[in-house]
Structure formats: C-alpha cells, structure tokens
Design a protein around this ligand. Structure first.
Ligand code: SF4
Length: 299
C-alpha cells in the first residue's frame, strides 16, 4: 500500500506568481493553529504523511508549532519556494520534517518563471543554510526547464537532495499559459532520459507516466493513491490539482469527509489506478489527470 498523504495548504499567501501554479496563488484564506491541530488529530489512522504547503507555508507564523505537533505521529514534509527562511525557523523544524524545494530552472529561467527577480538566489542560499536538513527538489516539467535538467540533477547531488521530476498538469495558472506545456514527443524523450538516470543509480524520481494498454489490466501506479488535500479555506479535495470539493472541515469532520469520499466513483477508480476507466485515445498519453481523472463523476 502507498503511504497516504494529506496535503494541508495552510496559507494562501505567497510572494511568487509561478507560471504553472495549480492553485493560482496568492489567494485568500489561512488555516489557524487551532484548526490545524484539529486536522492533525483527526488525520491519525487515515494518513501516514502530512505535507504543509501553501502558498508559501513559511509565511505562516505558526508553521513551526504545526510541524512540532504533527511530527509526533506523521512523517512531515514542507513544500517551499525557498523564500528566505530564518535560521530560527530552520532550527525549529529541523529533525522533524523534510524540506521540499520547488525549482523550475537555473538562475534567470527560474526567476522569470516565478515572476520574482532573485528567487533562484534565495532558493540556493536557503538550501545551503539547510545542509543538515533532509531535503528534496521538485521540478515541474515545463518547456523551458528541459535543457537545464542535467544541471539541476548535478545541483541536487551537490546538496544531497533527491530530485523529483513531476509532470506539468494543465490546471490553474498553467491552463492560461499553454506555451509552457511540453509536447507529447518532448515528454516521451524526457521519460526515457529520466528512466536512464534512475537505472544508472541517480537520486531521481518521476511521476511521469505514459498511459498504455497494460494499464487496463494493472492500473496506473499512481503517486496520488490515498492522497487528499485541504485548501486555505478548509475545502477537502482529492488532490491539489483537482477542483472537486468533497466537504469542508469547518462544517464536517475530516474522518467523515474522507470515509464518504472513499465511496465515490472517482476515488474508488483512483485507488485502482483508473484501470476500468483507462482510455487509449488520449491526445497526450502523459496527461491522465485532466483527461481521465477529471472526467470521472464526483458524486
Ligand atoms: S490523477 Fe487525479 S487525484 Fe491523482 S494527481 Fe491527478 S488529478 Fe489528482
């Protein structure tokens, strides 16, 4: 069984405006410490790992307290843009969490993509100051990052970080920026390249998956099995890329919402890797998210 992840978007605040941002951050909403404590309590037994994200979670003053509480029962991840994190904050989350840094290119490529001059410098400085904290780098596979992949892998090795290459899902701001989406042929080449890196023993992971006939029998080995997401306004969704609202933690308990969600066609199908819903006529066989998952009934 996959580790079950609950991603909590604790704040809608963010300094950046990344071109692919699935949630169109910055936006309204923030979960207070007491609400997050309640969520942590209710998540026990339902989830194995908690991800604190945003927006930029380090802009939430109660993040260290949330991490300390969650670390008693969960493996904790914090996804961050590398916004200058203070040494005090680093000390508070050290030994209790894994930092997950978003990197979309080297130098100017990253800055332009994040619409923030100096964003890459911020990120590298923060990675440097957190050398003794376990860390990962997440790279969203947009068109402009493709020529810089080898350099990013080298940087990952330099900072002792696993590098995750994630497919770009055309939702949120990415939907309005179609020029950033790689062509299926480019994805095909990347898919092979990353596979070779992995086979050669590199610290590289990818969720890129090409839908083929064998998925109709075995199902897709989805990274999102068992995953759910909570927005800064308390909406519970299948994941951060899906807009279906399964309930709201201000009007129902997390346990009830998740237990009910497991009865829905979309979640049942997802837990089986969509094996009965696989279609082989996809224009882009790497995008099962919007072409299969998003078309399934949510009631
Ligand atoms: S397959 Fe569906 S639930 Fe899984 S990550 Fe994609 S959109 Fe989210």
């Amino acid at each position: 069984m996959n580790a079950r992840f609950l991603e909590i978007e604790i704040t809608g605040r963010c300094l950046y405006k990344c071109r692919h941002c699935y949630g169109n951050f910055p936006k309204k909403g923030e979960l207070g410490l007491e609400k997050v404590r309640e969520i942590i309590g209710q998540a026990k037994g339902l989830f194995d790992c908690l991800i604190f994200s945003g927006g930029e979670p380090f802009l939430h003053p109660a993040l260290p307290a949330m991490v300390q509480e969650a670390a008693h029962d969960f493996l904790v991840f914090i996804t961050t843009s590398g916004y200058p994190i203070s040494d005090e904050q680093l000390q508070q989350i050290k030994n209790k969490s894994i930092l997950v840094f978003g990197m979309d290119g080297i130098g100017d490529t990253h800055d332009t993509y994040r619409c923030f001059p100096g964003a890459f410098e911020n990120l590298v400085q923060t990675m440097d100051r957190s050398r003794d904290v376990p860390k990962e780098i997440i790279v969203t596979l947009w068109k402009g990052v493709i020529p810089e992949i080898d350099e990013i892998i080298k940087l990952g090795a330099q900072y002792n970080a696993i590098v995750h290459f994630n497919g770009l899902i055309p939702v949120g701001r990415a939907k309005n920026n179609p020029d950033i989406l790689p062509e299926p042929e480019e994805l095909e080449q990347l898919y092979r390249k990353l596979y070779q890196f992995k086979m050669a023993g590199g610290s590289v992971v990818t969720d890129l998956h090409k839908v083929t006939e064998k998925d109709t029998e075995a199902g897709i080995d989805l990274f999102c099995r068992g995953r759910f997401n909570i927005t800064p306004l308390g909406d519970v969704r299948p994941c951060e890329f899906h807009t279906a609202v399964l309930g709201n933690i201000y009007t129902g308990s997390l346990q009830d919402i998740i237990n009910r969600a497991h009865m829905l066609c979309i979640i049942k199908s997802r837990e089986e890797g969509f094996k009965k819903d696989i279609r082989l006529d996809l224009k882009n066989p790497f995008d099962y998210h919007t072409t299969i998952c998003h078309t399934l009934p949510c009631n």
